[in-house]
Ligand binder design. Structure first.
Ligand SMILES: Cc1cc2nc3c(=O)[nH]c(=O)nc-3n(C[C@H](O)[C@H](O)[C@H](O)COP(=O)(O)O)c2cc1C
Length: 150
């Protein structure tokens, strides 16, 4: 299965760490989503989409990218890092719905803590300092191994 990972990581490069860990396991090609032409997905079987969570959802670059592609029947997985990862299901909803509308089959979702210094959190030295940490990376790799079983 040829795998592509497309991500956006703007705050502390937290999601980039996760994207690279997943790409390692899946032997995936990996790009900043703003640096590729949407046509690229034609060359792959599974596409992973990820970013930090900003104001309750993924980065707008992911949605802009998906607006430019036509309907597909490929597989996709979703990943993110967030201040409050236990809200994964809610944070992923908008991207999940968008992918499903485009015809993707969602084969997995992953979210872990990411260092968060935006807004009020800056005053306290930030939330989730040092995340993603080794344990988060390990979990991301386990997630990727499960994707391979799909
Ligand atoms: C502008 C902004 C808005 C954010 N909004 C949320 C949010 O709604 N929920 C949350 O859990 N974390 C939120 N965060 C924290 C980020 O999701 C977290 O720091 C993430 O790991 C950033 O990923 P990145 O370093 O890959 O950009 C926000 C961070 C920023 C900078």
């Amino acid at each position: 299965m040829k795998t592509l990972i497309l991500y956006k990581s703007i705050h502390h490069k937290n999601t980039e760490k996760i994207a690279k860990a997943i790409a390692d396991v899946l032997k995936a090609d990996i790009y900043d989503i703003d640096k590729v032409n949407p046509e690229i997905i034609k060359n792959y079987d599974i596409i992973g989409f990820g970013s930090g969570i900003y104001f309750g959802k993924h980065h707008k670059s992911l949605f802009r990218f998906l607006d430019k592609i036509s309907k597909t029947n490929k597989k996709a997985f979703i990943f993110s890092t967030a201040g409050f990862p236990f809200l994964k299901s809610m944070f992923h909803k908008e991207l999940r719905d968008k992918l499903k509308n485009k015809g993707f089959e969602i084969v997995g979702e992953f979210c872990c803590k990411g260092y968060h210094t935006y807004g009020i959190f800056k005053l306290f030295g930030g939330l989730n300092k040092n995340h993603p940490n080794e344990e988060d990376i390990k979990k991301a790799k386990e997630f990727a191994k499960n994707i391979l079983k799909n």
